[in-house]
Design a protein around this ligand. Structure first.
Ligand SMILES: [Zn+2]
Ligand SMILES: [Zn+2]
Length: 266
């Protein structure tokens, strides 16, 4: 059986809809070998209902570590999905350095004061070309900050299907080169299939660029419901294989190892 990891999971500690135990049961049923929790954390944005309160982080880590200790049927990892806020790298780093995590997912949800994924209104009347450029610039900022091990949904700006007038290939090339340079992993995030976009992040047309630049990858569901753990993973691994990938990144205490995946045996 193929070893499958799912490192991007939201429970009721942030905006997920069930307790960690429910996701573990769902992961076992979905044939996942390793499940990692990654609650939303946005250190400088107050009162965001979708984020965990920073005061609750140690409690969350303790809770997951306890599950880790007492669960023999599946490997459990402790992570966070932390917003990248440009100009605040130092404070984010200081906050995170006190936490013992298996990995840190860095994500860009905010473009200015607003998040890009809370409704299509954000895009209406705006210059989509500039939004794309600004979004990729921020993601490259997150990559080169050195704060993160994995970048979440690296082209979330596609979520409502607004397209730039130019071919964004060069943006993906720049991003992939930065990821290689700073030794950061990207995720094939299957949750875009459940959003208006109707497909994975990143854009499948550019997956070969990440392969050519030799950027490590992992497959994640970004599940907010237990039923979505490991969703569309066979298709995701097949897609990665067709782009030339044969191995995926696994994390332990923020150390990355590569593990082969073999669809033929799944
Ligand atoms: Zn996210
Ligand atoms: Zn997420």
């Amino acid at each position: 059986m193929t070893w499958k990891t799912d490192y991007h999971i939201h429970t009721s500690f942030s905006d997920g809809k069930a307790a960690p135990e429910d996701y573990i049961a769902a992961a076992l049923a979905a044939g996942i070998s390793e499940i990692g929790f990654s609650e939303h954390l946005s250190i400088f944005k107050e009162n965001q209902t979708w984020c965990m309160n920073p005061d609750n982080v140690q409690n969350y880590i303790g809770y997951i570590n306890n599950l880790k200790k007492n669960t023999k049927t599946i490997v459990i990892k402790t992570g966070l999905e932390i917003d990248f806020i440009p100009g605040r790298e130092k404070e984010i780093g200081q906050f995170l350095d006190n936490l013992i995590l298996d990995y840190r997912i860095g994500s860009v949800h905010y473009l200015g004061e607003k998040t890009v994924d809370l409704g299509p209104e954000f895009y209406e009347g705006k210059n989509i070309d500039s939004l794309y450029e600004s979004y990729f610039e921020l993601v490259i900022g997150a990559v080169s900050s050195g704060l993160y091990d994995i970048i979440g949904h690296c082209d979330l700006i596609r979520i409502y299907g607004f397209k730039p007038t130019f071919d964004p290939e060069l943006l993906y090339r720049k991003l992939a080169r930065a990821m290689k340079k700073y030794d950061v992993t990207f995720e094939l995030n299957t949750n875009g299939r459940n959003r208006p976009l109707g497909d994975f992040y990143p854009d499948r047309r550019f997956l070969h660029i990440f392969r050519e630049e030799n950027v490590p990858v992992c497959v994640n569901s970004d599940a907010h419901f237990p039923s979505r753990v490991g969703q569309y993973f066979n298709e995701a691994y097949e897609l990665l294989r067709s782009a030339g990938y044969t191995e995926m990144a696994v994390f332990n205490n923020r150390k990355r190892k590569m593990k082969p995946f073999n669809l033929l045996n799944s």
